[in-house]
Design a protein around this ligand. Structure first.
Ligand SMILES: CC(C)(COP(=O)(O)OP(=O)(O)OC[C@H]1O[C@@H](n2cnc3c(N)ncnc32)[C@H](O)[C@@H]1OP(=O)(O)O)[C@@H](O)C(=O)NCCC(=O)NCCS
Length: 151
């Protein structure tokens, strides 16, 4: 597996990879323009020349960032791809001087293994709710869990 920073030509491939998870409602759909505008926030993984997954580190302010849009292709799940992407995003956060990384997820076990701790959702909602949650089809009845990692 090879980790890389995707470029604009990868955007259509990223949209195809994430589409089933958006349809399931576990990842918020983003337009091609939105993904392109945030392209520097993404890290992706490639196996045998094919994109296997990606995720983004989105910065809210000088202290706080979020891991979001994390998706590993169905046939590549459970092979360490997601873990490798998250570790690379955390390293990027460290290098940028980020103090805290949050995430909202249905996969609590996956993130606690990577060092995240579950927190009450209200702790992060003030950051996320007006930007993203309001666009989610599950809003305001959200069953996701909030987790935070201190870097
Ligand atoms: C969640 C997701 C990103 C995990 O990626 P992955 O590549 O399958 O995960 P990894 O193989 O790196 O898993 C790392 C470890 O966590 C474990 N793990 C994976 N998902 C888990 C879960 N939901 N609960 C507990 N442990 C989990 C794996 O067994 C593995 O353990 P191991 O290292 O001892 O074998 C992936 O399943 C996915 O894309 N899901 C659909 C999209 C989604 O829900 N994204 C939102 C995430 S915020």
């Amino acid at each position: 597996m090879e980790l890389f920073k995707p470029t604009l030509s990868d955007v259509p491939r990223m949209q195809r990879l994430v589409q089933p998870f958006c349809e399931e409602g576990v990842i918020l759909p983003r337009s091609e323009e939105e993904v392109a505008g945030a392209i520097r926030s993404y890290t992706a993984a490639r196996i045998e020349g094919e994109m296997a997954g990606f995720g983004a580190l989105y910065i809210y302010n000088t202290r706080l960032a979020e891991i979001r849009s994390l998706a590993v292709a169905q046939e590549r799940q459970g092979q360490g791809v997601g873990g490798a992407i998250v570790r690379a995003l955390l390293e990027e956060g460290r290098q940028l001087g980020i103090a805290q990384v949050m995430t909202l997820t249905y996969h609590v076990g996956f993130f606690t293994r990577l060092g995240f701790k579950e927190v009450p959702k209200e702790e992060i909602w003030h950051q996320k709710v007006w930007e993203d949650c309001i666009r989610c089809k599950h809003f305001p009845i959200c069953n996701e869990s909030a987790l935070i990692l201190e870097l």
